[in-house]
Design a binder for this molecule. Structure first.
Ligand SMILES: NC(=O)c1ccc[n+]([C@@H]2O[C@H](COP(=O)([O-])OP(=O)(O)OC[C@H]3O[C@@H](n4cnc5c(N)ncnc54)[C@H](O)[C@@H]3O)[C@@H](O)[C@H]2O)c1
Length: 261
């Protein structure tokens, strides 16, 4: 299937690691041009070099931005749009898990606030500052003007010891819906992807994994490349009628009833 992403400009937050990195590489293989946003300068610069070696890739540039800081987000988005002549699609991957394994009484307010700032405020700021460019893209090219946010299966279900993260991902799900409704009149689509455990540095750290992979676990684990496939579809003109939805990628767990059959 031709996703129609060749020559499109895609801005990815949290691009330097895990799912964001896999998305950047997958978009590059489709011939897209990439604006890479992250706080990790070294990993961002390394990814930019790696993207240059991807056959058929468009240009890519790294922009340092902390998604929870409005000044750096607006500056990076403006610089990216100026460098590439606009922005056709946006992917919000930047996120943190915060304290994992702590009961609610032991969660510091500062930690709760930080998770909300990065995971929720960060997606809001990305949407706020990218929306003007996505409107232009939607108006000038069929199927352009798409935003994909990384939510989580934690948007729907909860595990103990993850109160801040669960709360933040519930908010990202509803932020997706609110943005999709608000921006639909201008042709801008907003969807989210909700994966269960993905084999990335975030999940390895949270699960105390010291090796390079989560594959030997007794629960299903998906790869960042599998999540990137969902993101590319939702960011592409191929999904033009899809808006305000959440693509749950969890091996079917959410669909399972408690009925003992
Ligand atoms: N790994 C999983 O199991 C899993 C499952 C469901 C959803 N997610 C979500 O997917 C997204 C990506 O997660 P990942 O597993 O790839 O994590 P990761 O830690 O591998 O990558 C996250 C990236 O975000 C960047 N980042 C963190 N805070 C930032 C900030 N304030 N400003 C800009 N960049 C910042 C980091 O530098 C890093 O490059 C997150 O939103 C996460 O909640 C992950």
């Amino acid at each position: 299937m031709d996703l129609g992403l060749a020559g499109r400009t895609v801005l990815v937050s949290g691009a330097a690691s895990g799912i964001g990195r896999a998305c950047a590489l997958a978009f590059a293989r489709e011939g897209a041009r990439l604006a890479l946003l992250d706080i990790d300068d070294d990993a961002g610069a390394a990814l930019q070099r790696e993207l240059a070696g991807v056959p058929g890739a468009g240009a890519s540039r790294f922009f340092r931005a902390d998604v929870s800081d409005e000044a750096t987000v607006s500056g990076a988005v403006r610089d990216a749009a100026a460098a590439f002549g606009g922005i056709d699609a946006v992917v919000g991957c930047a996120g943190i898990s915060g304290p994992v394994g702590l009961g609610v009484e032991d969660v510091a307010l500062s930690d709760f606030r930080r998770v909300m700032e990065v995971n929720v405020t960060g997606q809001f700021l990305l949407a706020k500052h990218c929306a003007p460019f996505l409107r232009v893209a939607a108006g000038s090219s069929p199927g352009a003007g798409a935003m994909v946010l990384l939510a989580s299966d934690s948007s729907f279900v909860a595990a103990p010891g993850m109160v801040p993260y669960n709360a933040s991902k519930g908010a990202v799900l509803q932020l997706t819906r609110a943005l999709s409704v608000e921006l639909a009149a201008d042709g801008v689509r907003v969807n989210c992807v909700c994966p269960s455990v993905v084999d990335t540095p975030m999940a390895r750290t949270d699960l105390g994994e010291t090796s390079e992979s989560l594959n030997a676990r007794d629960f299903p684990v998906q790869s960042p490349e599998q999540v990137a496939n969902h993101v590319l579809y939702l960011a592409s003109p191929a999904s033009a009628p899809v808006n305000g939805t959440s693509l749950v990628s969890d091996f079917g767990y959410l669909a399972r009833s408690s009925f003992p059959a």
